[in-house]
Ligand binder design. Structure first.
Ligand SMILES: [Zn+2]
Length: 314
């Protein structure tokens, strides 16, 4: 199926998210022999200032308007890759463990199961799940919370992969970011042996998860955040996680306030773009609801921008 490429446009002002308006399948594209499907756990709202760090609102609000509480709309994109042999799922959204208060703050909709169903993907057929890092909005549907308080694996036949450093950091429960780490998203999977914990040394030795799918550390947002490379037939896509959460964050200096090491993020973005631009990678954005995938070029001022976006289901 060919990519549908359209120019990226400035986004219109948005009201509070309305689930009935969401498109459940955000896009599909072929990459060599692989079929990529873009699903979603819906949208959520975060403070615009937090998402753009030291960038003045007068600049970022031109690209992504804020509501009257200064919140901007973000997506929760999940990428599914059918390689012919494996069905790989990258990132699992917020999930269903948020308290009523947190749901009220974020206005998230818990749509991933419906999104996968709309795309014709059964949870049982997923055999690999990869988390770029373990913040709550990236691994929420790793497990499903039931009314009795127990959690079960959402993808019962999958091997899950996450970085051991992320688990260790989450267990520290530091003042700065403990709210972002919910252990029911990963501890039960570790205890049952269903989650494999990767190490920096192990990734260096062998970054491949399955043929054509590999991970690479891009530190800065967290110390061991991983991007996921997807390669087939000479084509390359990369799910870059929170290193570049939306197409509005392609400027290396537009780093987010949540980053633990913003200077490292700037360097890692430059390193990523130095290859992604000339090699025309498809960049998969984890939190861009309107532009879940795009290629990148430099504009006349030398700033990276999304040139063509895969939009909507095809
Ligand atoms: Zn994060």
């Amino acid at each position: 199926m060919p990519e549908e490429l359209v120019e990226t446009k400035a986004e219109a002002a948005h009201p509070a998210s309305r689930p009935e308006d969401e498109e459940l399948v955000r896009g599909r594209l072929d990459l060599g022999d692989f079929e990529i499907t873009l699903c979603t756990d819906g949208t959520y709202l975060l403070d615009g200032g937090a998402m753009f760090g030291v960038v003045p609102k007068t600049l970022w609000s031109k690209r992504t308007p804020a509501d009257d509480l200064n919140r901007i709309l973000l997506g929760l994109n999940t990428t599914i890759v059918r390689t012919g042999k494996h069905t790989v799922l990258i990132e699992t959204g917020i999930g269903n463990k948020q308290t009523a208060k947190m749901r009220e703050i974020h206005r998230n909709q818990e749509l991933l199961p419906a999104s996968l169903a709309a795309a014709g993907i059964q949870p049982e057929e997923i055999d690999i799940v990869i988390n770029t890092h373990l913040h709550f909005d990236h691994c929420g549907w790793n497990t499903t919370l039931h009314a009795d308080g127990y959690v079960t694996p959402t993808f019962p036949n999958a091997r899950y992969f996450a970085h051991a450093g992320e688990v260790a950091h989450g267990h520290l429960q530091l003042d700065r970011d403990r709210v972002s780490y919910l252990s029911p998203n990963y501890d039960p999977l570790i205890a049952s042996g269903q989650m494999t914990l990767l190490t920096t040394e192990g990734i260096r030795e062998n970054p491949e998860i399955v043929p054509g799918i590999s991970v690479e550390e891009f530190p800065g947002h967290t110390a061991q955040m991983m991007g996921v490379h997807i390669e087939s037939g000479g084509q390359h896509a990369c799910y870059i996680g929170d290193l570049i959460p939306t197409a509005h964050h392609l400027d290396p200096t537009w780093v987010i306030a949540y980053d633990l090491d913003p200077l490292r993020c700037i360097e890692e973005r430059k390193r990523f773009l130095a290859t992604a631009i000339p090699e025309e990678w498809v960049v998969l954005f984890t939190h861009d609801h309107h532009t879940p995938a795009a290629k990148v070029r430099l504009n006349e001022k030398g700033k990276p921008m999304a040139t063509s976006a895969l939009k909507g289901a095809v």
